[in-house]
Design a protein around this ligand. Structure first.
Ligand SMILES: Nc1ncnc2c1ncn2[C@@H]1O[C@H](COP(=O)(O)OP(=O)(O)OP(=O)(O)O)[C@@H](O)[C@H]1O
Length: 266
């Protein structure tokens, strides 16, 4: 039986100037779960997440979000189903934090905010510790503060699906963990999350499901303990990686790479 709130991807592919950057992909992202999308630079993680969120032009294949075909669904309707936070490179400098977060309510109120919109904005500012910064222009924020402002905008959208492309960029470890805890609370409330992660231990610690990509294709998927293994990760990143266990979860060890070899040489 299909999960109503899943994202169902069928035969999705993408090419840029005849170069395939996403091989035909068929994949189900489970509803009510946190799915981590991992893989080396250039693997196609952003491409896949942008195609799901229809940031890219309509591709080959279909993507159903909660049963809605993203290629056919009006933008405002889709924006009530999923919120997307990409890897932003520039900031609209003359925008204040509160104004940015308020953009998240546009699909709900089309510029005429009511009490529910104000409450959602206040909640997002609170959840991402932005209340003291609400009146600040975006270009005066630190990298991590700006990242939290963009996360708050996506959170204010209050959608069943949240798709986040490398949201831990610039966040210190406390804010990174706070974000993952926030996502876990959303999941407990029935929400669904797709999160692109480079820090494998956040995937190990918080994800229910892991999808691994390499060279434009999905190469593995499953629970963290099945995907985050030493042989699997070493092959995925073409780098020696060890995996141990901590609190019943995989713990990925890669920062001492080469030490074993140097010890053997000594
Ligand atoms: N518009 C484009 N023109 C040409 N190549 C592109 C374009 N967009 C993406 N690519 C290529 O497609 C591949 C996948 O890119 P993508 O951004 O999806 O990777 P990623 O897994 O998100 O990588 P990273 O971890 O570095 O963010 C890369 O080789 C990238 O250079």
């Amino acid at each position: 039986m299909k999960t109503r709130s899943a994202i169902e991807i069928t035969g999705l592919s993408h090419a840029v100037q005849r170069t395939e950057i996403l091989a035909p992909t068929t994949l189900t992202l489970p509803g009510g779960k946190i799915t981590a999308l991992i893989g080396p630079n250039g693997a196609g993680k952003s491409t896949l997440s942008r195609l799901i969120a229809r940031i890219e032009p309509p591709p080959e294949g279909t993507v159903l979000v909660n049963g809605l075909d993203v290629a056919q669904t009006p933008g405002a309707r889709l924006a009530r189903e999923l919120a997307f936070m990409g890897q932003h490179t520039g900031l609209a400098s003359r925008l204040r934090v509160r104004e940015l977060v308020a953009f998240g309510r546009w699909p709900h109120c089309a510029g005429r905010p009511g009490p529910a919109d104000s409450a959602a904005i206040a909640r997002a500012l609170h959840d991402f510790e932005l209340e003291p910064l609400a009146g600040r222009f975006l270009d005066t924020l630190s990298g991590g503060q700006a990242q939290r402002a963009h996360l708050a905008m996506a959170a204010a959208q209050q959608t069943p699906w949240l798709i986040l492309d490398e949201p831990l960029n610039n966040l210190d470890l406390a804010h990174a963990r706070a974000l993952m805890a926030h996502l876990a609370r959303l999941r407990e409330a029935g929400g669904s999350v797709l999160i692109v992660l480079h820090d494998l231990n956040f995937a190990a610690g918080w994800a229910d499901h892991v999808v691994a990509m390499k060279a434009g294709a999905v190469v593995a998927e499953g629970p963290p303990a099945e995907v985050l293994t030493a042989p699997g990760l070493s092959a995925l990143y073409e780098t020696e990686i060890a995996v141990t266990e901590h609190c019943g979860r995989p713990l990925v060890l890669h920062h001492l790479g080469g030490v074993a070899e140097r010890r053997q040489e000594a």
